[in-house]
Design a protein around this ligand. Structure first.
Ligand code: ATP
Length: 313
C-alpha cells in the first residue's frame, strides 16, 4: 500500500528573468508531519509556497497536493488546504470574530460552533470581540491561523509565521503550531530560523538561492552539526591558549577580528575539562558565552558558503 503524500513536488523550477528563484526542488511531505522549508532571505521559500497555492505556475517539474495537480484538478488542489503567504490581511475596524464569521460566510458557511472552536485553538477567545486594529502583530498572525482553520484543512501552509513577532509572540506561535501538529494536522511551514524548525518540525529542506542545501530529518541535521563554540575571555588569554593547545578535543583560537578574546570549539565534556584546567591554573574567567548554537552554525555553513563565493567573485 502506498501512502498518499500531502505534498509531492518533484524537480520544480521557477525563474523570474535571469533569477532562478526555485531551481529543481523536490519536497515531499507525508500526512501528519510538520515539514520545514528553511532558508535565508531570497532562498526561494515563498516562491515555492506560491506555486503550491497556484498563485504562480512552475516552469518545470510536477507539483501534487494530496494527489491532485493544478493541471488536472484546477482549484480542487486546494480542497483541504489552507494557510497564508506572508502576513494575513485584516480590516482594522472589524473584530476578530467578525472577520471569522465573514470569511466563513464567503466560504459557504461554517458548521455551528466552528468559529468559537478556532478562536479557542489560537487562544483568542478573550479578544474575539475587540477590533483587529488594536491587536498585536502576534494576535493578527494567530487570527490568520484561525481563519485558515475555518476550512478544517488537512494541510496547513504557513509562510514564516513567526516573522516579526516579539519573543512572547514567537513562543505562542510555536506552541500553537505544535498543538495543531499534535492534533494530526499536516503542517508545511517556511522559516529562516533554525531553532524554530528544530523545535517544531520532523523533516526539513534547507534552501539556498533556489536549490536544496540539505534535505532530511531534524535528527540527521543534528548529527551533522559542528561542535558548539564559546567566546572566552580570561585574566591571561595567552596562557589559556597554551593550556588549550595541550588539550585534546578542544580548539582554542584568538577571536577574529580584534583577537582580544578567545574562541573555544569542542564537544561539551572536553570544553568543561579545559575550563576546569584553567581554573586549576589560577586563570580567572571574565566571560564565557556560547556563540552560535551548533545548528545555527550548520545553517550558516550550509547557506553562507555559496553566498560568500558569489560575493568574492
Ligand atoms: N515576482 C517576482 N519577480 C521577480 N523576482 C522575484 C519575484 N518573486 C521572487 N523573486 C526573486 O526570487 C528569489 C526568491 O525569492 P523568495 O521571495 O521566494 O525568497 P524567500 O526565501 O521567500 O525570501 P524571504 O525570506 O525574504 O521572503 C529572490 O531573489 C527574489 O528577489
Amino acid at each position: 500500500m502506498t501512502t498518499q503524500l500531502a505534498v509531492d513536488a518533484v524537480a520544480v523550477t521557477k525563474a523570474f528573468g535571469s533569477v532562478r528563484a526555485v531551481d529543481d526542488i523536490t519536497i515531499q511531505v507525508a500526512p501528519g508531519e510538520v515539514y520545514g522549508v528553511l532558508g535565508p532571505n531570497g532562498a526561494g521559500k515563498t516562491t515555492f509556497l506560491r506555486m503550491l497555492f497556484g498563485l504562480i505556475r512552475p516552469d518545470a517539474g510536477t507539483l501534487r497536493v494530496f494527489d491532485r495537480s493544478w493541471d488536472s484538478d484546477g482549484i480542487g488542489v486546494l480542497d483541504g488546504v489552507a494557510g497564508f503567504i506572508e502576513a494575513p490581511g485584516f480590516y482594522p475596524y472589524l473584530t476578530g470574530r467578525q472577520h471569522l464569521e465573514g470569511l466563513a460566510l464567503l466560504d459557504g458557511g461554517a458548521r455551528p460552533g466552528l468559529v468559537e472552536e478556532v478562536l479557542d485553538v489560537v487562544d483568542l477567545t478573550d479578544r474575539a470581540d475587540r477590533k483587529v486594529g488594536g491587536y498585536s502583530y502576534g494576535m493578527r498572525q494567530r487570527l490568520g491561523v484561525a481563519a485558515s482553520l475555518l476550512r478544517e484543512p488537512r494541510l496547513l501552509v504557513l509562510d514564516e509565521p513567526a516573522n516579526g513577532l516579539d519573543p512572547a509572540g514567537i513562543r505562542d506561535m510555536r506552541a500553537l503550531v505544535k498543538r495543531l501538529a499534535a492534533s494530526g494536522l499536516t503542517v508545511l511551514l517556511s522559516s529562516h530560523n533554525m531553532d524554530e524548525v528544530e523545535e517544531i518540525c520532523d523533516n526539513v529542506t534547507i534552501m539556498n538561492r533556489g536549490t536544496v542545501a540539505f534535505h532530511g530529518s531534524i535528527a540527521d541535521l543534528r548529527a551533522m552539526a559542528p561542535d558548539p563554540g564559546h567566546l572566552l575571555d580570561t585574566t591571561d588569554n595567552g596562557r589559556a591558549r597554551e593550556i588549550g593547545a595541550a588539550h585534546l578535543g578542544v580548539q582554542v583560537e584568538a577571536t577574529e577580528p580584534d583577537r582580544e578574546s578567545l574562541t573555544v570549539v569542542g564537544p561539551q565534556p572536553a570544553v568543561a575539562a579545559y575550563v576546569a584546567d584553567l581554573v586549576r591554573a589560577g586563570i580567572q574567567l571574565k566571560a564565557f558565552t556560547p556563540t552560535r548554537t551548533p545548528l545555527e552554525s550548520l545553517f550558516f555553513m550550509l547557506t553562507a558558503q555559496e553566498s560568500a563565493k558569489e560575493a568574492a567573485a
